[in-house]
Design a protein around this ligand. Structure first.
Ligand code: NAD
Ligand code: ZN
Ligand code: ZN
Length: 365
């Protein structure tokens, strides 16, 4: 089969590799019908993720059709269309039993395209299938559920739920990339009073407005702290999300919060950030951190089914799976392509049960 293979920092190829097979009885093999690329894949390609070794197939978000099932799999059948989560769950360890799959001790957690071969491929081996895949209702297209593999549950669980967004809240979101934008979409489920998006890039702020932000602040030109204080009678935001992953934005999120407010850090940090406890302790501020567990996928899928949530707004570009190399170029150059998420469509896609998209696929500009 063909797959997108990591060959060490700065190097990738669309290579012929061995077809995946069942290794453990809890495995399934899935044909990938629709996949996508994440900012984390770009981090791996920069060499920031040393656990990912050269030769690994990248990708941790996909929808596919079950081809083969291991002897120990009982809830998934050949032919089922399933969403593959970025986080796998052994289902047996302490954390899996608490729904904290991201912390799985039994060989799950974030493994696809990280410590095992991933999902930017024609086929994939999926471990712990009974606990880790989600059947897609017939009426939903692949594209409607694809972004429930990672970005939506991330922003919902680590942002909105950890930050306890409540009706009427002023929610300030620092960073309006896919994660910040998914935070806007899922915060709106709770009817906040005002959503404030903060980013250095005007194009991202324009997207933020399309996704439902009420106010945008370009913190390259404006004093974001002063602007949020002005909007909130000098008190600060009720909830702030950090959705970038650098020290400055974490520190900004803790500055623009009101007393008794909540700062939910979503960004992945590679450098230490300063926690100004000397200012925060007296203000009763709560700071949360988290890795996504994806335990909210079933809930988010119901919201998509009922028309309350439309993640297809993220899909800015479409490519055939065989054009994954060009899709990376487009996604990595978001500053000029305005890419949010690219959709990679397998050649079998036209035969998947949704059948909404035909075989001719073009790369949108
Ligand atoms: N916690 C988790 O489980 C989890 C899961 C997935 C992703 N993440 C992390 O979430 C973060 C955001 O992901 P993404 O895909 O949206 O990233 P992205 O790089 O596409 O977007 C980041 C945005 O932040 C903006 N930005 C950069 N510096 C800024 C600054 N100083 N002030 C304001 N805005 C600034 C950029 O213009 C961009 O729009 C990353 O750190 C990612 O690794 C966390
Ligand atoms: Zn990801
Ligand atoms: Zn586990």
């Amino acid at each position: 089969m063909k797959a997108l293979v990591y060959h060490g920092p700065g190097q990738r190829g669309w290579d012929t590799v061995d077809d995946p097979t069942i290794v453990d009885p809890t495995d399934i093999v899935v044909r990938i019908d629709t996949s996508t690329i994440c900012g984390t894949d770009l981090h791996i390609l920069k060499g920031d993720v040393p656990e990912t070794t050269p030769g690994t197939v990248l990708g941790h978000e996909a929808v596919g059709t079950v081809q083969e099932i291991g002897a120990g799999v009982s809830t998934v059948a050949v032919g089922d269309r399933v969403l593959l989560s970025c986080v796998s769950a052994c289902g047996r360890c302490r954390f899996c039993k608490e729904g904290r799959y991201g912390q799985c001790l039994g060989g799950g957690g974030w493994i696809f395209g990280h410590t095992i071969d991933g999902l930017q491929a024609e086929y994939a081996r999926v471990p712990f299938a009974d606990n880790s895949v989600y059947k897609v209702p017939d009426e939903l297209s692949d594209e409607q559920v694809l972004f429930l593999a990672d970005i939506l549950p991330t922003s919902y669980e680590v942002g909105v739920l950890n930050g306890m967004v409540t009706p009427g809240d002023v929610v300030a979101i620092v960073g309006a990339g896919p994660i910040g934008l998914a935070a806007i979409l899922t915060a709106r489920l709770y009817t906040p009073g005002r959503i404030v998006a903060i980013d250095l890039a005007d194009s991202r702020l324009e997207s933020a407005v399309r996704f439902g932000a009420d106010t945008t602040i370009n913190n390259g030109r404006e004093d974001a702290l002063a602007a949020v204080m002005e909007l909130t009678d000098g008190l600060g935001a009720d909830v702030a999300f950090e959705a970038v992953g650098v020290p400055q934005t974490f520190e900004l999120a803790t500055e623009l919060i009101r007393p008794c407010g909540r700062v939910a850090n979503i960004g992945v940090h590679g450098q230490p950030a300063t926690l100004h406890l000397e200012k925060l302790w007296i203000r009763d501020v709560t700071v949360t951190t988290g890795l996504v567990d994806t335990y909210t996928i079933p809930r988010l899928m119901k919201l998509v089914s009922s028309g309350r949530l439309d993640p297809t707004i993220f899909a800015t570009h479409h490519f055939a799976l065989g054009e994954t190399m060009s899709a990376y170029d487009t996604f990595a150059d978001a500053a000029s392509t305005n890419a949010l998420k690219v959709v990679l469509e397998g050649s079998e896609r036209a035969h998947s049960s949704n059948g909404r998209i035909g075989a001719s696929v073009v790369a949108a500009g």
